[in-house]
Design a protein around this ligand. Structure first.
Ligand code: HEM
Length: 439
C-alpha cells in the first residue's frame, strides 16, 4: 500500500458493550448487513477486526485485482465454517498450494462435464417427476435434493455410486451443512452434540470416499470424469487431499444447486405469467432437442429466470477473506489481519445499481444482461481467480431441472407467506411446500 492519509475511523454500528454486534448479526444476518450498508456507506466496521465492503468497485478490487493480498482459508476458519474440516481441498487452500490444486481440478470441469450434467439431470428429473401426483403436496427441498445430490455424486464417481450410497452421503453431509451462522465458536475440545455428530459423519465420509477412490471408476474418464482427473492429475493427490477434494465438491455442488432450483421454483410459483413463458419455451426446446442433450441454447428465457433468481436469492450470500497486509478501500485503512466481507445478498439488491431491485424481472437478463450494472454488483459464483469451478455445470443443471419441472407441472405454494430464507452455509429456502397441478 502506498503511503497516503487514509482514514482509520471506520463508521459502523457500535453494538453491545461486551458482545459488539454479535447478537444483531446472529439473529438476522441479512437484515443486519443490509441495514449496515444503507446506514454507514461503502466501508462499514462490523466489529473488532471485521469490515463490510458494499461499493461494487471495492468488491471487484477485493476479489479480482487484489485476490493475492487476501487469505481465504483463514477467513473461513474465523467465520466458523466447517469447510475448514477439509483443509487439503482447492476450496480451502491459499497461495501456491491453491494454484496447483485448482490447476489439477479445472480440466475436469470443461464443456463435456456440462453435457454429462444435462444427461444425468434429465434422467434423474424424469425419475423424480414420475413419482409426483397432481394435487399431492411435496416438500420441494427434499425432492430436489435427491436429484442434485445424485448429479454431483455421479459426476464425481460415475455409476459406482448407488442410490443407497447417495442417501448415505446425504445423511452424513446433513449435519455438516446444518450449520448456524453464529460466529461464536466454542473451543474444539468442547464436545457439543452437534460436534460429535459432525465428527462421526466425517469419519464415515472418510471411509466411504476412500473406498470409492479405490474403485475401478477412478480409472474411467467417461464414467467418472472428476474422480479420474483428480486421481490421475499432477501432482498425484495424497489420500487426505483426495478425500478433502471430493467431500468439498459434494458439499459445494449439492446444497447450492438445490437451493437455486428451489428458489427459482418458488419465484415461478409466485409469478404465473413468467412460469407460463418458461413452460412454453421448455415445450419448444424439448420438441427440437431430445432429452439428455444440452438444450441451454434453446432456453434463453429460462436461463434469464435462473440468473434473476440467483440475484434475488444467491445461495452464497456472504464471501469473506483475511487481509494479509495493510490495505486501503474507499479511503480507509484496513489493517492486516482484518476479515473483509462482501455480501451477495446486499450487492444484488442494492437500489443504487439495480432498477426495481426487489422485483423479480427476468427480462433484465435478456440480450446479454443489464449493461449499466457494475461487475461487482452481481457475483453469485464469485469473481476473479477463485470464481466457482462448477458455475457452468450448476447453471446447466439448474436451467435443465427448472425446465423439466415446469414443462410437466405448474406448482402451487401451500403456504407462500411462510417461505423465508435461512442464511446458513448456503441461503436455504424454508417452507417451500408445493402442490403440482397439471397445466
Ligand atoms: C448454484 C450453484 C453454485 C453456486 C451459487 C456456487 C457458488 C460459489 C461461489 C460464490 C464460490 C466462490 C467462493 C469465494 O470466492 O470464496 C464458489 C467456489 C467453488 N465452487 Fe461453487 N457454486 C455452485 C455450484 C458448484 C458446483 C456444482 C461445484 C462442483 C461440483 C462447485 C464447486 C466449487 C469449488 C471447488 C469452489 C472453490 C474454487 C476455488 O477456491 O478455487 N460449485 N462457488
Amino acid at each position: 500500500m502506498t503511503a497516503a492519509p487514509y482514514r482509520t475511523d471506520l463508521p459502523g454500528p457500535s453494538g453491545d458493550k461486551y458482545l459488539g454486534n454479535l447478537h444483531a448479526f446472529s439473529s438476522d444476518p441479512l437484515g443486519f448487513l443490509t441495514d449496515c450498508s444503507r446506514r454507514y456507506g461503502d466501508v462499514v466496521r462490523l466489529g473488532e477486526n471485521n469490515v463490510l465492503l458494499t461499493d461494487p468497485a471495492d468488491v471487484e478490487k477485493m476479489l479480482v485485482d487484489r485476490d493475492s493480498l487476501f487469505s481465504k482459508a483463514s477467513a473461513d476458519t474465523r467465520r466458523g465454517s466447517r469447510r475448514q474440516g477439509f483443509p487439503h481441498s482447492t476450496m480451502n487452500s491459499d497461495g501456491d498450494r491453491w494454484k496447483a490444486k485448482r490447476h489439477r481440478l479445472q480440466p475436469a470441469f470443461g464443456r463435456s462435464l456440462s453435457t454429462k450434467a444435462a444427461e444425468i439431470v434429465d434422467a434423474q428429473g424424469e425419475k423424480l417427476l414420475r413419482t409426483w401426483l397432481p394435487g399431492q403436496a411435496r416438500t420441494l427441498q427434499d425432492d430436489i435434493a435427491v436429484v442434485t445430490l445424485r448429479l454431483v455424486t455421479q459426476l464425481m464417481f460415475g455409476d459406482e455410486f448407488s442410490d443407497r450410497d447417495t442417501a448415505e452421503v446425504a445423511r452424513l453431509v446433513a449435519p455438516i451443512m446444518d450449520l448456524s451462522t453464529s460466529p461464536v465458536l466454542l473451543p474444539e475440545w468442547v464436545p457439543t452434540p452437534r460436534k460429535l455428530r459432525i465428527r462421526r459423519s466425517m469419519a464415515r465420509i472418510d471411509r466411504t470416499l476412500h473406498d470409492l477412490a479405490a474403485s475401478p471408476a477412478a480409472h474411467d474418464p467417461e464414467r467418472a470424469p472428476v474422480l479420474h482427473a483428480l486421481v490421475h492429475g499432477t501432482p498425484a493427490p495424497s489420500p487426505e487431499e483426495l478425500r478433502d477434494e471430493l467431500a468439498t465438491l459434494i458439499m459445494a455442488g449439492f446444497e447450492t444447486t438445490n437451493d437455486a432450483v428451489v428458489w427459482t421454483s418458488f419465484l415461478l410459483a409466485r409469478h404465473p405469467r413468467i412460469a407460463e413463458r418458461v413452460r412454453a419455451e421448455a415445450d419448444a426446446a424439448f420438441a427440437t432437442t431430445p432429452a439428455g442433450l444440452p438444450r441451454m441454447e434453446a432456453l434463453p428465457y429460462t436461463h434469464a429466470v435462473v440468473r434473476e433468481s440467483l440475484r434475488l436469492y444467491s445461495p452464497v450470500w456472504l464471501t469473506s477473506r483475511d487481509a494479509r497486509e495493510d490495505l486501503d478501500f474507499g479511503g480507509y485503512l484496513i489493517p492486516a489481519g482484518t476479515t473483509v466481507t462482501v455480501s451477495q445478498w446486499v450487492a444484488h439488491r442494492d437500489p443504487r445499481f439495480w432498477e426495481e431491485a426487489e422485483a423479480f424481472r427476468p427480462e433484465r437478463w435478456l440480450g446479454g444482461g443489464p449493461s449499466s450494472v457494475p461487475r461487482g454488483s452481481y457475483f453469485p459464483f464469485g469473481l476473479g481467480p477463485r470464481v466457482c469451478v462448477g458455475a457452468a455445470v450448476a447453471t446447466t443443471e439448474t436451467v435443465h431441472l427448472v425446465a423439466d419441472i415446469w414443462r410437466r407441472f405448474r406448482l402451487e405454494l401451500t403456504t407462500p407467506d411462510r417461505v423465508h430464507p435461512r442464511p446458513a452455509l448456503a441461503l436455504q429456502p424454508v417452507g417451500v411446500e408445493v402442490i403440482p397441478r397439471p397445466w
